[in-house]
Design a protein around this ligand. Sequence first.
Ligand SMILES: C[S@@+](CC[C@H](N)C(=O)[O-])C[C@H]1O[C@@H](n2cnc3c(N)ncnc32)[C@H](O)[C@@H]1O
Length: 200
Amino acid sequence: MSDDWDDYADGWDGNSDVRHYATRAFAALDGLAGVTGGGWQDKRVLDFGCGTGLLSEKLAPHVREVAAVDTSERMIAVLEEKALPNVRALCTDVLDSGAREAAGGLAGFDLICASSVCSFLPDYRGAAAVLAGLLNSGGMFVQWDWLASGEGASGLTLQQVRDALRAAGLGSIRAEQAFEMGSGGQGMPVLMGSGIRAPD
Ligand SMILES: C[S@@+](CC[C@H](N)C(=O)[O-])C[C@H]1O[C@@H](n2cnc3c(N)ncnc32)[C@H](O)[C@@H]1O
């Protein structure tokens, strides 16, 4: 597998597993936060590591704005071609304060989603702390990642997620298996972790 996400951009949306993952993640998010219930129309969302925007596409009709950020130019190019009206697609490293300030408007979010991103980061705990700081008080961080069978296995363990979100200063932390990809005994479990930024 290439280390460069640009290499996957052109075929990303054509991969039924990737689309299915986004559908299941959005359903889990809706179960957690009720985004389709009508109460989110004034909310601002950050889709961190958005790729081609498969989750942004589902969120956008229910919220005021989605800032969709990714460090892969090609992923963002595919998303830009979709021309989604209230999705701001940005190729930038939102974890870097200089890049964030240069882009502008990358703070004050009511919801930050990270779908299949965190376990690929070199410093997941550091990223969680930065992202928690971009939430409004009462805002929610939600991530989905492969559920690791133990320390050292690929993905993240539920304990790693709980520890990182707690260290990031979030409260009401939840971490659990959300769904499974694949079938016939070959299923790969996916975790959902979430936390809320306490009111200041
Ligand atoms: C497995 S893909 C998931 C894409 C999308 N969230 C989805 O579910 O279809 C991981 C994405 O994370 C992005 N990524 C990795 N590190 C990043 C960072 N520091 N900031 C923003 N995006 C990052 C990659 O470029 C890639 O598009």
